[in-house]
Design a protein around this ligand. Structure first.
Ligand code: COA
Length: 189
């Protein structure tokens, strides 16, 4: 899969580079990111290096994941991470599917960064492959029950909460219930 860059007036999104590891390491010290996402805990610098230099580029190469660092367009500061994981069925005539995932650095929260950045990614993901997009027809979203801030972001993007999946998410050795939602082409807000 060809790597792309996305931007709006204030945000710049690009695939991760090795030089991002230190900022990713700092962001992922946040207890909220460790509580609600699947990042390792404790989170070490080698985890960040492995993510930006191996896991993320491999997903782009294999076409299974499109993960972006979100940066302040003016200052270059790391603000967030967003992307589409588990990409599948892109060759299907009816379009493919994938799953949206994100975290926002503690220092950038509450300013609409996550919603705006993920909107850019979903818009690109729904764009036809012939026009440089991912050609998805459906984007999934899951979050542990109780992650109200994440659910709010998904709902602002236009996702429909479709149900609760029992013990869907493993977190630190324990299976927890998850909200499940979906976004179809034409539903993005
Ligand atoms: C969820 C998260 C990404 C949101 O990032 P953000 O940049 O603050 O998001 P936005 O500013 O775009 O929108 C946040 C919305 O959630 C709301 N919100 C924030 N905390 C909330 C809470 N505890 N309960 C309900 N709503 C909440 C905000 O008011 C805002 O909604 P509004 O625009 O209607 O006021 C961020 O809190 C985070 O990184 N959390 C930890 C990691 C995580 O949970 N990732 C998702 C895993 S599924």
């Amino acid at each position: 899969m060809e790597e792309v860059e996305l931007f709006d007036d204030r945000l710049y999104l690009r695939p991760w580079r090795l030089g991002d590891a230190s900022a990713v390491y700092q962001a992922c010290q946040d207890p909220q990111i460790q509580r609600w996402t699947s990042v390792p805990s404790p989170y070490r610098l080698e985890h960040a290096e492995g993510f930006v230099d191996e896991i993320s580029p491999a997903a782009w190469r294999s076409g299974t994941g499109a993960t972006f660092g979100v940066f302040d367009r003016a200052t270059g500061q790391l603000l967030a991470a967003t992307g589409i994981h588990h990409i599948a069925e892109r060759e299907a005539p009816a379009g493919g599917r994938g799953e949206l995932g994100y975290w926002c650095a503690e220092w950038a929260r509450g300013k609409g960064v996550m919603t705006d950045a993920s909107r850019l990614v979903c818009k690109w993901a729904f764009t036809d492959t012939g026009a440089g997009g991912l050609g998805l027809a459906r984007i999934d979203w899951h979050a542990e029950v109780g992650n109200d801030a994440s659910r709010r972001v998904a709902e602002k993007l236009g996702f429909t909460i479709e149900g609760m999946m029992r013990q869907r998410i493993v977190h630190q050795g324990q299976r927890n219930d998850a909200w499940a939602a979906g976004l179809l082409r034409g539903e993005l807000r």
